[in-house]
Design a protein around this ligand. Sequence first.
Ligand SMILES: Nc1ncnc2c1ncn2[C@@H]1O[C@H](COP(=O)(O)OP(=O)(O)OP(=O)(O)O)[C@@H](O)[C@H]1O
Ligand SMILES: [Mg+2]
Length: 484
Amino acid sequence: MNTPGRVLIVDDDPEFGLVAQSLVEVEGLSAQLVSNGDDALAVCSAQACDVVLLDLMLGETSGLDVLREIRRVAGNLPVIVVTAHGSMESAAEAVQAEAFDYIGKPFRAEELMSGLRRALDWRKQRGKGHGEQQAKPANAPSIVGRSPAMVAIYRAIALVAATDSTVLISGESGTGKELVARALHDNSPRAKRPFVPVNCGALTETLLESELFGHVRGSFTGAMSNHRGIFETGSGGTIFLDEISETSPAFQVKLLRVLQEQEIRPVGASDTRQVDVRIVAATNRRVQDLLNSDDFRRDLLYRLSVINIELPALHERREDIPLLVEHFLQRLNAKFGRHVAAPPQTLDWLSQFDWPGNVRELENAVERAVTLNVGGKLLPEDFLQFTPMPLTRTIGTTASSSVSRSVSAGTGANGAGEPIAASSATFWVCELPRSLEDVERQHLQAMLRYTKGNKLRAAELLGIGRYSLYRKAERLGIDLNQED
Ligand SMILES: Nc1ncnc2c1ncn2[C@@H]1O[C@H](COP(=O)(O)OP(=O)(O)OP(=O)(O)O)[C@@H](O)[C@H]1O
Ligand SMILES: [Mg+2]
């Protein structure tokens, strides 16, 4: 007899398997635990389970291969993919291979149970036909991060990309909103059509309206000819309305109408035109704040945020900082033909800061550090010179011992490192045990950059002779020819 509620757990980590098993059994479901793909396939083809909880990393075997085999032998049996190795590719691939759902380790018990319940309900109701998950291409490798928060974002992208639903992406500045908007487009059936970003905050109301909807000749001063708007020229594609919360109330009314009617009326025109675009909007305000504010229409907000993807601030996913730094290093090395690497200590050191400008700030910091670096090994000092803003750290996010270390000697050319209280909770931080030699090296490098590699001029400014400069450079391990 087929009693729904039989969970097959496939995991080669016995500890995790047993934890999952007990969670499932506590909820009144039955659980069977296997540790490899072959055993899993045997259970599935014997139709001895109703839902599978599948680990993506099964020793040598890829869980994705097992998933494809399950599809072959057991049709639409719902499979929930679990992995500690979240990445955009694996999330999208799992959805493509028709996984029912995707959760990242570590997860909360409720998360697991709600996934299992949904899978079992689905099986009860629709288990007869073929699964209805959509296959989607996966290609957004430039989004980096494996934290549970990012895994949830990948999953959202993979699930909604193929639909035409309007998506509102919210998140602080620099958290990757535009990147996610592009990933939604690139993974959608509209991928071959244009992706058009429009910065709503940068245009006046009239200009924005005419840019988006077009205008007819003579409709306002300066409208010398008919102009087709982005909603028409971008037909079939995705329009990314960035900084949507900066638009005027009058514009918001017009946009709402367009979204509801799926048609536009160019400025000054009497006729309307059907449009076929997907709208993805972004704001760096929280949706909850927008709901409570008077300057953004609620009806438009509801219409825009059919799906809301909220991106985490970088300090909420510090574990991704090393990965991001490595990613940017790879890109910069390729771009500049360099071989700069970051030792683990530097990665740890970077991970403790707040990065209020989020990934963009980190990206710029890495680029600056690579530019300033000599010797190929990224060190904290590379990050402390010529920074527009000192690095900050919120008290309480790291061990108290490191906080007390944080108030230390001033360093950089711009005074970075002054222990200034920026707010009750934040310090400008610079912690460098610095030797005289470090300071000399840094100063000499800065001087050579200032003189664009002109050794004679550098020696002059330093008040030393040319040969002293050579000797000093050699002692400090500075290659003078690389400084050109
Ligand atoms: N997860 C990520 N992986 C790799 N790069 C990222 C990630 N998130 C952001 N970036 C990079 O950081 C920079 C800022 O990202 P993006 O422009 O998408 O942010 P944003 O949220 O739109 O910022 P703003 O609100 O200021 O417009 C870009 O160069 C982007 O490539
Ligand atoms: Mg942006």
